[in-house]
Design a protein around this ligand. Structure first.
Ligand code: SAH
Length: 381
């Protein structure tokens, strides 16, 4: 497959409009999508407007997916400009767009107000669409097989910086920009750059906005939102208590502490057993079946005995609470590691299934535009 740069959607380069006006440090400007519905009403009142204007703005933003004041024709012109300028500061600048799979996989590189860079990947399938968003610029978790892990952490994203990734993708689907006709965004996965549970507050703010009914939010189903984590145990337990049954994915990659501590360094803080106990707890509280992510790395973690050990550890915590998603490793630049041999992968899957564990190989869509899991590095040409 060949990727193409989407020249006609590539905006003119230049300083980010927000960067020109603001110091390039500190927090991103406050945006409508950072606020709760009550805070939105207050913000509108603070600008001298009637509270009902907040609902009009929400309808434009979450239902019509626009923050362009020109489109808000039900607002008086003067009001429009004041509200839009104050509440919809530009947060993301589309710096580069790469496509694969005939335009149905789209990776976007975003420049943030302070020059930080993140990426998101939209994948359209025949009957659904999934957006993979970033929750941090870079990542502090340092997993050696992951491209983002090599960057270190630049900073947390704000809620609105994450929501804007979603709005932009939902808008391009709604506008019919992705081959296959106009469509809705069905699934959202926090599997882009960053460790979502290390940016807990902004990620939860995003989740609340995603699942809030229109026009207060995007009206998505919680089960169609997946939060993926290296296994930050206290945050996993906190997430269970939120009363929003999102799907939880645990990036395990090894069933034994010795190897896992090498592949997922935070394992030295919370062990395999502690992470699995927290995952099981999540299932007990929410009733949502947990996903175990397992990148299959040749001769590293793909041994049949490790499949057996994983099956035993999962079954020791009950039945029907978990499924496993092996992912063939997406090789990252400079890494000596590569994906498992297909026969070895098949044996690994067979062993898990023999243990009665539902197991589905995850596709590696977008790998040719470095848009697959673990490849996001937000590099510039
Ligand atoms: N920090 C979160 C989410 C980011 S990545 C987490 O670790 O879960 C989403 C998934 O991609 C994780 O399961 C991650 O381990 C996996 N991944 C990272 N690098 C990869 C690579 N090179 N090949 C395949 N999967 C990878």
């Amino acid at each position: 497959m060949v990727w193409t740069r989407h020249a006609d959607r590539h905006p003119a380069r230049g300083p980010h409009p927000a960067a020109a006006r603001r110091p390039r440090r500190g927090k991103p400007p406050r945006h409508f999508a950072d606020l709760t519905p009550a805070e939105r009403a207050q913000a509108v009142v603070d600008l001298g407007e009637k509270p009902f204007r907040a609902k009009q703005l929400a309808t434009h933003y979450f239902t019509h997916l626009t923050s362009d004041p020109q489109a808000m024709t039900d607002l008086p012109a003067a009001t429009r400009d004041v509200l839009a300028e104050t509440l919809f500061p530009p947060l993301l600048e589309k710096a580069r767009v790469l496509e694969a799979d005939g335009g149905t996989t789209v990776k976007t590189l975003w420049h943030l107000f302070d020059g930080a860079k993140v990426e998101s990947v939209l994948m359209r399938y025949p009957h659904r669409s999934t957006l993979c968003v970033s929750s941090q610029a870079g990542c502090g978790m340092a997993c050696p097989f992951c491209a983002t892990g090599q960057l270190g952490l630049t900073r947390n994203l704000s809620t609105a910086e994450i929501v804007e990734q979603v709005r932009s993708a939902a808008r391009s689907l709604a506008d019919g920009e992705i081959p296959g006709g106009p469509a809705r965004l069905n699934n959202l996965v926090f599997m882009g750059m960053g460790e979502p549970l290390a940016n807990y507050k902004a990620v939860m703010g995003t989740v609340r906005t995603l699942v809030a009914k229109e026009p207060e939010g995007l009206g998505m189903s919680a089960r169609n939102v997946t939060v993926s984590t290296v296994g930050l145990v206290p945050a996993m337990r906190k997430l269970a208590d939120e009363g929003i049954p999102v799907t939880l994915a645990l990036s395990l990659h090894a069933p034994d502490d010795e190897l896992r501590s090498e592949l997922v360094p935070i394992n030295t803080r919370w062990s395999v057993d502690e992470a699995l106990d927290a995952a099981r707890h999540y299932f007990e509280v929410t009733g949502r079946r947990v996903s175990i992510e397992y990148a299959l790395i040749r001769d590293m973690n793909d041994h049949a005995w490790r499949a057996d050990l994983l099956g035993d550890k999962l079954n020791a915590r009950g039945r029907g609470w978990v499924h496993v998603n092996p992912i063939p490793l997406n090789p990252t630049p400079g890494s000596i590691w590569t994906a498992s041999d297909p026969a070895v992968e098949a044996e690994f899957v067979a062993r898990l299934r023999e243990h009665g564990i539902p197991t589905t190989i995850r596709d590696t869509r977008g790998s040719d535009i470095d848009g697959a899991c673990g490849q996001l590095a937000a590099e510039e040409e």
